[in-house]
Design a protein around this ligand. Sequence first.
Ligand code: PMP
Length: 348
Amino acid sequence: MIDVEKLVRPNIQKLKPYTSARDSHLNGILLDANENSLGSVIENNLELNRYPDPAQTALRTKLGDLLSIPSNRLFFGVGSDEIIDLLIRIFCEPVVDNVLIPEPTYGMYKVSSDINNVSSREIPLDEEFQPDINAILKKVDEKTKIVFLCSPNNPTGNVLDKNKIERLLKSFKGIVVIDEAYIDFDYTKSFQDLVEQNNNLILLRTFSKAWGLAGVRCGYCIAGEKVINYLFKVKAPYNMNKLTADAILHALDNVEKKSSFIELLKSERERVSTELKSLEIVEKVFPSSANFVLFKISNAKNVYNKLADNGIIIRDRSSQLNLDDCLRVSIGTREENDKFLKTLKSIV
Ligand code: PMP
């Protein structure tokens, strides 16, 4: 086990966090937080005049039961994007420390690092979009605090090889973040079983994809208790708002609905991939374990613009490392996918 404490920025180690009376008292005559006891201007029984529970207790307990994870290994954020930022702020001293980002991948690891003035080192994924562990270890120095990985990777769609992750965990003594935003689409490939033996491993998850709740802004992470405690130390006191928390508690009672979405999206993904492969202009369709498909097509920019002119918005990924002429399309409803395919065929 790694001494995670030693990786934390000294000012965060010493930080005296904000405290609230609600840390210990959630019920009673609540005259501690300068709220409006008369109610809220929106009339309903949601108690929106009250601050939400800073400890996220109901959320953590309910999700913990669902995932069979102790609640002290869970932390909720305003989307997983908030957690990416908090992790950089906990572990990376601006200007001094660095993070490693195997590319191409999700853009926010770099953006969050840049915002925090933490340098990021780009390492190319190999030709199968797997991390090159030797190259990562070569780039690591004593100031490398975090390696960001994403599985299934956005925008390539592939899951990462477990042997490689285990090798990295054996050799790298910093924090390893694996973003599992799309793991619901192939849950058997989750790295959840590695968290218990590796207190430097942090898994990010989100309600924005398979759960269909991008609008409520909720993500969570699974990590060792020490990391979770630091996340609570640095977060804004009431980051999980009441409306979001209520929506998520409700969602956790509707797991079957999520499963039915996943089945449908996966079958549509296979249909879209097959159709794309049949087009001569499409040079490659990358296998996907997520709810999107990456494909390589001649003159991608032009195709992207023409689709947009026809009201079909996909993502041009051709400026990312080793993704020349690659476009990424999210899997939509059957009708949306049909329209996308029909329009694409008419363009080419
Ligand atoms: N991680 C990955 C890999 C993503 O693709 C996205 C959204 N595109 C996020 C995180 C952000 O998730 P959230 O909505 O929970 O902030």
